[in-house]
Write a protein that binds this ligand. Structure first.
Ligand SMILES: Cc1ncc(COP(=O)(O)O)c(C=O)c1O
Length: 405
């Protein structure tokens, strides 16, 4: 594993070549950076405040259509996972300073994933705008689940374009929820381009460039602060919060990071985690090229972490979130899968492989104080059908055995 911790990189300084070698050879790498302490962009912060108010306005509608939310707030719990921490510490052969917690976006209402935050918000925004009757979106699966559920309920003719990695059960569920599913044989980035081209009379919700999605994700920041406060936890630079976010195109983790910085300032450090086969944000930020493609570096793009199978980063996330990130990390497929097993056997939580991205990353960080809190953002999984869960359990158990060998 390449660990250039001793060379914290400012965006302006030339990067060590060895890191790029590590990425192109699909090694698991970690790249630490000093986040930029520039003030947050006020226009984006305003969009986040508007998103907070919009979710409040729609709460009665959400409560009516998704009674499982109770009060109509689309939110998930946080919980400490001490057994998981002990188990992974044994695997890593090292104790972790601080406490390990998880954020349960795997059970976020509507799509069972983090994508309910951005996708649902953008549909609400369009419903208020009243300009379009037809929506279209391209997705590896979870964004489509959020937009393809809420869109038809709000009267939109909703078309979802699914990339080759999208799971069959997600397509089936979407059809049953009233969306039109268009299946593509290409990877995500090509699917976005084709769907954008195809969406003449529809509003195209562009996962690569949507402020509405980004602002919806960011609403998580202040809510998380309230949840930790209720648990008696308040963070400072000496008593820090580390957050680990699975990253695909970058909008989800980027928006959450922006919201976390609004809520916690320098008391939070955000880390993005991507598959070694498709580290689109890491490559984009490292090469300072928002139109970079993993294919340019010979990377295959296909991964077991289907939600993260993205070849090019979001230019919007590159511009508004990348400078706030403290570390970019990559993981091989076997670690994503094995971690599904570790999490379920220790905490009883079963998630999709993409969602486990952060689980081992805390052990990669140097100089972590004992007072630290580590929050692994579990991003999807509660809607996986039982048959698919059983298959996943089998694959995860095998991966765990291989990993430990
Ligand atoms: C389960 C899961 N986690 C994380 C992400 C990453 O979000 P983004 O692609 O916006 O970076 C996705 C994206 O679809 C996902 O499905």
């Amino acid at each position: 594993m390449t660990m250039p911790w001793d060379r914290p990189a400012h965006p302006a300084t030339p990067q060590p070549l060895s890191l790029l070698d590590g990425i192109t050879h699909q090694h698991e790498i970690s790249w630490a950076r000093t986040p930029d302490s520039r003030a947050l962009d006020p226009d984006i912060a305003r969009a986040v405040d508007e998103a907070v108010a919009r979710f409040d306005r729609f709460a009665p509608w959400v409560a009516e259509h998704f009674p499982e939310t109770g009060n109509g707030v689309i939110e998930s719990d946080i919980q400490p996972v001490p057994e998981t921490q002990d188990y992974v510490a044994r695997l890593m052969e090292r104790d972790l300073p601080g406490e390990l917690w998880v954020k349960r976006d795997d059970s976020l209402p509507i799509s069972g994933s983090i994508k309910s935050r951005g996708g649902v918000h953008e549909v609400f925004r369009l419903a208020e705008e009243k300009q379009y009757e037809k929506l279209s979106v391209a997705s590896t699966g979870n964004l489509a689940l959020s937009i393809g559920t809420v869109g038809p309920l709000l009267g939109f003719d909703t078309e979802v374009h699914m990339s080759v990695d999208a799971k069959q059960w997600k397509k089936d569920l979407l059809r049953s929820r009233g969306a039109t599913v268009v299946e593509h044989s290409g990877l995500f980035t090509d699917t976005v381009a084709e769907a954008r081209e195809h969406s003449h009379d529809a509003f195209f919700i562009d996962d690569e460039n949507s402020l509405g999605l980004f602002a919806g994700y960011a609403v998580a920041g202040e809510r998380l602060k309230e949840q930790f406060a209720a648990a008696g936890k308040h963070f400072t630079e000496d008593n820090p919060l580390y957050v680990y976010l699975p990253c695909g195109v970058g909008g989800g983790p980027g928006g959450v990071t922006f919201g976390l910085k609004m809520a916690f300032g320098d008391a939070v450090s955000c880390h993005f985690v991507e598959p070694t086969a498709s580290p689109s944000m890491t490559l984009g930020v490292f090469t300072e090229n928002p139109s970079v493609s993993c294919a340019d570096y010979g990377l295959p793009g296909r991964t077991i972490a289907d939600g993260l199978a993205v070849q090019s980063p979001s230019p919007l996330a590159m511009e508004h979130a990348a400078h706030l990130v403290s570390g970019f990390h990559t993981l091989g497929d076997i670690t994503f899968l094995a971690a599904v097993n570790w999490l379920e056997r220790t905490s009883g939580i079963i998630v999709e492989p993409s969602a486990t991205a952060g689980l081992t990353i805390p052990w990669r960080l140097p100089d972590v104080p004992d007072s630290a809190t580590h929050l692994v953002w579990l991003t999807g999984g509660s809607l996986i059908p039982d048959r698919d869960k059983d298959r996943l359990r089998g694959q995860a158990a095998t991966a765990s055995l291989h990993w430990q060998r």
